[in-house]
Design a binder for this molecule. Structure first.
Ligand code: HEM
Length: 186
């Protein structure tokens, strides 16, 4: 199980541009964000905040969808992916009380999360981490990377998802936009 820590503080590969509370309480500001995947599961000294997660198995993706995703998706770390977004999300107790088939029906049959998302691949590279079973105040950490030219497309994607039935179950969401510190210093 691969662990991740997102740490906001004085150090990290990404410069924090904006932190917007979409729903619920915001997070404190800091100059930099670090994504420490597979590294020591502990807070770097001087962090304003640290959120931990794990990479996990898919819950909702069906075979045909998985094949479409694999065919189109791009890896993280592309040299032209100078923009990033960390969006931690917590869903409501009402969501977690649903049965798996009810959640899948909301997630894809009615909200078209995967169908919408696929329209933005490969421009947007993504990684989903889970936190709920770690006892975190968050359920998910979602991480995205894209080129400067795709900023508007990413904004359109998040706006479309936030209009869906699935998002009625989101009770806390903070949208953190970052730009690569390496791109600026090269
Ligand atoms: C870039 C296009 C996107 C694609 C292709 C995509 C695809 C997916 C897929 C396939 C899953 C299900 C994984 C599973 O089976 O467990 C998922 C889950 C999720 N995605 Fe996206 N997504 C995209 C964008 C986004 C964005 C922009 C956000 C946040 C604003 C987001 C938030 C989430 C969350 C929170 C989950 C977990 C849902 C749950 O388990 O209840 N996704 N996404």
């Amino acid at each position: 199980m691969t662990r991740v820590s997102f740490a906001a503080g004085p150090a990290g590969d990404w410069m924090i541009e904006t932190i917007d509370a979409v729903c619920g309480q915001t997070l404190a500001g800091a100059p930099r964000l670090a994504r420490l995947e597979g590294e020591a599961f502990q807070a770097p000294v001087g962090s304003a905040w640290v959120i931990d997660g794990v990479r996990s198995n898919d819950r909702y993706v069906e075979r045909a969808e998985k094949e479409r995703l694999v065919a189109r998706q791009a890896e993280l770390g592309r040299s032209d992916s100078t923009c990033g977004a960390l969006i931690p999300i917590r869903k409501s107790e009402a969501w977690w009380r649903l049965a798996q088939d009810e959640r899948r029906a909301i997630f894809e049959d009615r909200s078209r999360h995967i169908a919408i998302g696929l329209e933005y691949l490969p421009a947007v590279a993504r990684r989903l981490y889970h936190c709920r079973d770690l006892g975190s105040e968050w359920d998910f950490l979602t991480w995205f990377e894209y080129a400067e030219a795709d900023r508007a497309a990413f904004d359109a994607l998040v706006a479309r998802l936030r209009e869906t039935e699935e998002w009625r179950y989101v009770e806390r969401e903070v949208d953190i936009r970052v730009i690569s510190a390496r791109a600026r210093t090269d």
